[in-house]
Design a protein around this ligand. Structure first.
Ligand SMILES: Cc1cc2nc3c(=O)[nH]c(=O)nc-3n(C[C@H](O)[C@H](O)[C@H](O)COP(=O)(O)OP(=O)(O)OC[C@H]3O[C@@H](n4cnc5c(N)ncnc54)[C@H](O)[C@@H]3O)c2cc1C
Length: 174
């Protein structure tokens, strides 16, 4: 997701921070969140403190993240180590063989269909841990380079979160 210097998106009044804007680690996500919060408050007319120190810190952390990505790219050879019994999705216990089966036998052409047929990314973490690996394996088994639809399959989620039934039962009106 693209944001400007204030962490503002192209939608007026919507600010974004953290991994939604790129993978850079927890410290960067926190700093971006603080900048976004101040910018959101300022956009509503609140008096906000000077955020230049935060912006400098963001520049440093982004540079560090970029260097880390350059120094440690995900090695292509990692996929060579995946056998059919390699566990990919820990939440739903889906192994690489199930993903391969979905692509080669059931005709899944991209990761969203793999998700529907084999359930990787359907569990508690919603693909946060296994999403990238599933996307890479899907492309590999389909015999083509990784493509945007593979990555989007695990990125788009409705704004919702699971809650226990007890939370509903505890509401004032039962
Ligand atoms: C296995 C692992 C190890 C890591 N180790 C490190 C480390 O050692 N050091 C480090 O700096 N960083 C590490 N990171 C990265 C770090 O966790 C992230 O950079 C950081 O958490 C990003 O913060 P965030 O607020 O952007 O996203 P998150 O921390 O992912 O927070 C997003 C929140 O939004 C919620 N959410 C998402 N979608 C929806 C939706 N549709 N509806 C409602 N809620 C939703 C999620 O449940 C989550 O609570 C690690 C990440 C992983 C996955």
């Amino acid at each position: 997701m693209a944001v400007d210097d204030r962490q503002a998106t192209s939608v007026a009044g919507v600010f974004a921070a953290g991994e939604a804007t790129g993978v850079g680690g927890a410290d960067l996500a926190t700093v971006e969140g603080r900048i976004a919060g101040l910018a959101a408050a300022a956009s509503l007319g609140a008096a906000t403190p000077d955020d230049r120190a935060l912006r400098r810190r963001r520049t440093t952390l982004r540079a560090f993240a970029a260097a880390l990505h350059r120094a440690y790219p995900v090695p292509e050879a990692l996929l060579d180590l995946c056998g059919d019994d390699t566990l990919v999705c820990r939440c739903e216990e889906v192994d690489a063989g199930a993903i391969r089966h979905a692509v080669e036998e059931l005709g899944a052409a991209e990761a969203r269909t793999v998700k529907l047929l084999a359930r990787p990314g359907m569990g508690w973490c919603q693909g946060r841990v296994c999403g990238f690996a599933t996307a890479c394996l899907t492309a590999r088994y389909a015999g083509r380079p990784l493509a945007e639809p593979d990555l989007q399959a695990f990125a788009q989620r409705p704004i919702a979160t699971p809650i226990p039934l007890a939370a509903l039962a505890d509401l004032a009106d039962g």
